[in-house]
Design a protein around this ligand. Structure first.
Ligand code: 2NL
Length: 344
C-alpha cells in the first residue's frame, strides 16, 4: 500500500508539473484528490491493512494529499501569472505613438459675423428671435407696408411656392411675429438673424440665398437719437475701433424716415482708398423709424409708442471684415476657403 501511495505521489507530481492550462490542472485535482479520485480509491483498501500499520499509512496519505495540494496551488499560481503576462504583452499599447489626425472644423465666416453681431446686441439688452424661412405674403410684405405693386412682390424677384406662400425675402416677418406675440407690451428689443432668399442671378456680389440681421426697438419715447446712438456703438464694437458715423436719407416702405448709416472707412480711416472707393465712407446698414402702419398692424398704438428698426447683411460685413472678394465663396463650401477661418 505504501508503494502504491508512493507511486501515486510521483505520478501525480509529474502530471502536475507537465500541465499547461488551468483547465487541465483542475482535471488533475479531480482525478487524484477528488471524492472519486485515485487517492480515495487507494485509501478504501485501508480495511485490509493491519491495525498497527493503519496510522502510518493514514499519515502518509495525508502527507501526500497536502503535498499534492501545495503542488497544485503552486502550479495554479504559475499558470495564472503566465496568463496575465501573456495578456499584458498582447494588449500592450504604445501611448507615445502619434494619434490618428481628427479633422477639426471651423466656424463659418458668416456665422462668426452673425454670432459677433448677436453678442454685441445681447450686451445692449436685446434678445435674439428666430422664425420660419417659408413665410406668407401677409407677414413678408403686407404687414410691412410693402404695396401690392412693389417690385419685390413680383414673381420674378421672389421665390413663390404658391401665390400666398414664399421664401422670406428679409427677416422682418420675424419681427412682426415677435411684436404680435408681445400683444402691445413694451419694450420690444430684438434682433433677428437668419437666411433670406431673392430671385437673383448669382455673381460676385449677389447670391439668391444670403443672410440678414435685422433689429427692432419699440418703447415710449424712442427717437432717431436712440437709433443713431445704438447703431454707432454697435459699429465700433463690431470693428473694434473708434469710428465716425453718418446717416444719409434713404427709403424703405416699412420705416419713415429711413436712413442709411455709413462708417468712416475701416481701411484708411477716411482718407480714401480702394475699399471705400475713395469716398472715405462705407455703408454698413439701413435703418429708420418704424412706420406707424407697421406698428398698428402688429398691435401697437403708434400714438403712444415709437420704434426704430435696422437691417444689415452679414455677407457684406464678412466681405469687408475679412477682405473677401466674392460672396459665392460663402456658399460653395470649398474647404480650402473655409479652413482659413480656423482661428476666427
Ligand atoms: C437693409 C435695410 C432695414 C428694417 C430693415 C424693419 C422691420 C420692421 C419694421 C420696420 Cl418689423 N423695419 N426692418 C428697417 C430698415 C432697414 O433693412 O439694408 N437691410 C440689408
Amino acid at each position: 500500500m505504501k508503494d502504491r501511495l508512493q507511486a501515486l505521489k510521483e505520478e501525480a507530481a509529474s502530471s502536475i508539473e507537465s500541465v499547461s492550462t488551468l483547465e487541465q490542472l483542475k482535471d488533475l485535482r479531480v482525478r487524484y484528490l477528488g471524492k472519486k479520485g485515485e487517492l480515495t480509491a487507494i485509501l478504501r483498501g485501508m480495511k485490509d491493512v493491519s491495525p498497527e500499520e493503519r496510522p502510518v499509512i493514514g499519515s502518509l496519505a495525508n502527507e501526500i494529499r497536502s503535498f499534492l495540494e501545495q503542488e497544485i496551488a503552486a502550479k495554479e499560481d504559475q499558470l495564472e501569472r503566465e496568463a496575465l503576462e501573456d495578456r499584458l504583452r498582447e494588449e500592450k499599447l504604445d501611448v507615445t505613438l502619434p494619434g490618428k489626425p481628427y479633422p477639426v472644423g471651423s466656424i463659418h465666416p458668416l456665422n462668426a459675423v452673425i454670432e459677433q453681431v448677436e453678442d454685441i446686441f445681447i450686451g445692449m439688452g436685446f434678445e435674439v428671435a428666430e422664425g420660419p424661412e417659408v413665410e406668407t405674403d401677409s407677414y413678408n410684405f403686407e404687414a410691412l407696408n410693402i404695396p401690392k405693386d412693389h417690385p419685390a412682390r413680383d414673381m420674378q424677384d421672389s421665390f413663390y411656392i404658391t401665390p400666398e406662400i414664399l421664401l422670406r425675402t428679409h427677416t422682418s416677418p420675424v419681427q412682426v411675429r415677435s411684436m404680435e406675440a408681445k400683444e402691445g407690451r413694451v419694450p420690444v428689443k430684438i434682433i433677428c438673424p437668419g437666411k433670406v432668399y431673392r430671385r437673383d442671378d448669382d455673381d460676385a456680389t449677389h447670391s439668391h440665398q444670403f443672410t440678414q440681421v435685422e433689429g427692432l426697438v419699440v418703447d415710449r419715447g424712442i427717437a432717431m437719437s436712440e437709433l443713431h446712438g445704438i447703431l454707432a456703438t454697435f459699429a465700433e464694437k463690431l470693428f473694434g475701433m473708434k469710428l465716425e458715423t453718418r446717416l444719409r436719407p434713404s427709403f424703405f416702405p416699412f420705416t419713415e424716415p429711413s436712413v442709411e448709416m455709413d462708417i468712416s472707412c475701416v481701411q484708411c480711416g477716411g482718407d480714401g482708398c480702394r475699399m471705400c472707393k475713395n469716398s472715405g465712407w462705407i455703408e454698413i446698414l439701413g435703418a429708420g423709424m418704424v412706420h406707424p402702419r407697421v406698428l398698428e398692424g402688429a398691435g401697437y398704438d403708434s400714438e403712444r409708442y415709437t420704434g426704430f428698426a435696422f437691417g444689415m447683411g452679414p455677407d457684406r460685413i464678412a466681405l469687408l471684415k475679412y477682405g473677401i472678394d466674392d460672396i459665392r465663396h460663402f456658399y460653395t463650401n470649398d474647404l480650402r476657403f473655409l479652413r482659413q477661418f480656423q482661428s476666427v
